[in-house]
Design a protein around this ligand. Structure first.
Ligand code: R5P
Length: 313
């Protein structure tokens, strides 16, 4: 059974794919995944996949349109080459923030992307910290949904003391933050965030008492860093001693790095679900933790038809 496992990577985050392969102690499958002269994606598997259990590692991160096409074209190549099972390993699931009609005449892109993934031949999906867990229901194929809690929990295990409080930067993230507060056995506060425009945020007020506390803010995505840096100001103004953010997916687009550098945030801890840009790598406030062990364990268990619920610690 073990010999049937094969892992391929698209171009979204080859570093993390290599780390996962290292943890699994398997070589990364050989494949061409490049572009034709006109920009169309060119894929050619250079390893036999007939009857094999294929895992394609590809976060659906920016440029999301391109990376989604790479993933589905790789799946098509595997399906047409008689792979036994094809799993999309997408540590970051892009387009997830449009998971419902938030206004008239708008799309539901998370469902559209789920349909594309299924239509291309994928048989299952392994992902982490979906913006909304209900996106699992957009698929008819099995979705294994991991949490970053074991990674952040281990990182902060030496930190928590009586002075720590976990904060959700918006009401939608309360469940995620509550799970972390329970893990640390500490208090929880919530920020009432109102957004007038996409990618713009305004902190309204804090529900809970953060005075004299060291804050750990928990969220799924940091994009333009508007939410987190404004939340940090509000928390400091409300008497927080320090503000650290632990955020699963470092999208970090547009003015994010400038905002982080200028912010009162002490530290931003993220995972490597998305590869950092060279600008982000130079930002002293960012610390990146690896998902390789968590995903390596999940792939090993899926391949062996073992339960992965033990990973939800
Ligand atoms: C939205 O609800 C997400 O959980 C994040 O809070 C949001 O995507 C962050 O965006 P930004 O960094 O652009 O404020």
């Amino acid at each position: 059974m073990e010999s049937e496992l094969i892992v391929f990577s698209g171009n979204a985050n080859r570093n993390v794919a290599e780390k996962i392969c290292k943890w699994l102690d398997v070589p990364l499958g050989k494949a061409i995944c490049s572009q034709f002269s006109d920009g169309e994606t060119r894929v050619e598997l250079q390893t036999n996949v007939r009857g094999r259990d294929v895992f394609i590692i590809q976060p659906l991160s920016a440029p999301a349109n391109h990376h989604i096409m790479e993933a589905v074209i790789m799946a098509d190549a595997c399906a047409r080459s008689s792979a036994k099972r094809i799993t999309l390993v997408a540590p970051y699931f892009g387009y997830a923030r449009q998971e419902r009609k938030s206004a008239a005449r708008t799309p539901i892109t998370a469902k559209l992307v789920a349909d594309l993934i299924e239509a291309s031949g994928f048989n299952r999906v392994l992902t982490m910290e979906l913006h909304n867990g209900a996106i699992q229901g957009f698929f008819k194929i099995p979705v294994d949904h991991l949490y970053a809690k074991p990674i952040f929990g281990k990182h902060f295990s030496s930190t928590p003391d009586d002075n720590v409080i976990v904060v959700s930067p918006d009401a939608g993230g309360t469940e995620r933050a509550r799970a972390m507060a329970k893990h640390f056995n500490c208090g929880l506060a919530i920020i009432d965030k109102r957004r007038d425009q996409p990618n713009e945020s305004a902190v309204m007020h804090i529900i809970g008492n953060v005075e004299g506390k060291n804050v750990i803010m928990i969220d799924d995505i940091i994009d333009t860093a508007g939410s987190i840096t404004k939340a940090a100001v509000a928390l400091k103004e409300s008497g927080a001693l320090s503000v650290t953010a632990a955020i699963s997916h470092p999208v970090l687009s547009g003015p994010a790095i400038e905002r982080l550098n200028d912010s009162c945030l002490n530290e931003l801890v993220v995972t490597d679900s998305i590869q950092l840009t060279s600008e982000a790598k130079k930002c002293d406030k960012i610390k990146q933790l690896s998902i390789a062990e968590l995903f390596g364990k999940a792939i090993r268990r899926i391949h062996g038809n073992d339960s992965i619920s033990a990973l939800f610690v």
